[in-house]
Design a protein around this ligand. Sequence first.
Ligand SMILES: Cc1cc2nc3c(=O)[nH]c(=O)nc-3n(C[C@H](O)[C@H](O)[C@H](O)COP(=O)(O)OP(=O)(O)OC[C@H]3O[C@@H](n4cnc5c(N)ncnc54)[C@H](O)[C@@H]3O)c2cc1C
Length: 358
Amino acid sequence: MKKIAVVGAGISGLSMANYLEKHKIDYHVYERRKKKDLAGHGFLIPQEGMEYLYQIIDPDLLLKHGNFLKKYIQYTHTGKILAEKELNHVFAISRHALIDLLAQNISPEKITYEQTIIPDDQQKGKLKLSDGRDIDADITVISDGSKSRIRSSIFKDETMKLVRESEVVNIIQDKEIADSVENDFIKFHHEEGGLTFGILKLTHDTILWYSQFDNEKYMINECSAENLRKYMLEVFESWHSLVPSIIKKSDYKNVHLWRVYELEKLNPFYKENTVFIGDTAHPLIPFTSQGVTSALKDAFVLTKYLVEEENIKETFRKYEAKRKPEIEVHINNGRTLLNQFLLPLNQQSENILPISYK
Ligand SMILES: Cc1cc2nc3c(=O)[nH]c(=O)nc-3n(C[C@H](O)[C@H](O)[C@H](O)COP(=O)(O)OP(=O)(O)OC[C@H]3O[C@@H](n4cnc5c(N)ncnc54)[C@H](O)[C@@H]3O)c2cc1C
């Protein structure tokens, strides 16, 4: 029986652990962060992703922790409606809530927090625990995120590129705003392009707001929450009144500034007995809203071949053959959505939905 080590307890690592658990395959998860130390943003999850989640999380429990969005409404920055679209089962949930739900099914002896996995400098291509011990496993599943150190130590010639879009994301508790946005996903767009402000409801009294900005035009750098608040107020001062009022009312304890990176060219999804899933295998531009769904599908497909195949190389080959073509579609869609975002509104095409479908 194969023993699996999973590196990273983000969405992809925990999904993998859940699928392995379901198939009674022996595994252990190693996670660098503290158990409760969860950086917070939120996800839009299209229907396909929900179907994979229902297989590993009790649907009633899952639905209690997030919210189905009914309609996407696109506005100019001053509040003129540009387009509306019904949403088909697009779910919004905070990262914190989804990680907690995915971790619930993993027994404490199968996951070690505050344990970083590092490349072994003495043995090329090998990994070890940060205290120097070897990893006790036949297969190592790497799910340590888009800026994976492990991946770059294995694929030394890879090139990571900063994407021309960054995001400020904040989750706030405010029932009044949550009531006012109902179940709509609202997004304001600057007429000159390269700047948006989106709002969506996560639970009855919690909303997520985010701003996507062209980082060549808007120089928002790593700074204190107070400076970020000031900068946001300056940039969005003349927008529709809902936007500055939300920025002003927000508590900034959960605020995040994300810089987005992508791989110039995808690496192979495996090397020897190491296999990559989720953002490590394929960082996706956030415009696709496909990060979580892709992570779930990677974990599902890899587990399926682990169950069906004896031979490790054949398992990985099948996994890559199944997943890579679909990922390439999302990468291309993400780049198209990014290019649209950078254009003035009157030059953007009418396909407005910020989700990539295959
Ligand atoms: C601004 C933004 C908005 C997004 N919006 C959406 C959205 O709306 N919908 C959607 O589907 N996706 C979205 N995504 C993408 C989504 O966040 C990811 O695709 C998803 O979280 C899967 O990530 P992951 O588990 O592969 O990696 P991560 O979430 O990065 O998890 C990696 C884990 O590995 C741990 N780790 C790292 N190094 C080590 C090590 N050496 N040893 C042990 N542990 C380690 C980290 O602590 C972390 O817990 C968004 C991303 C960004 C940046």
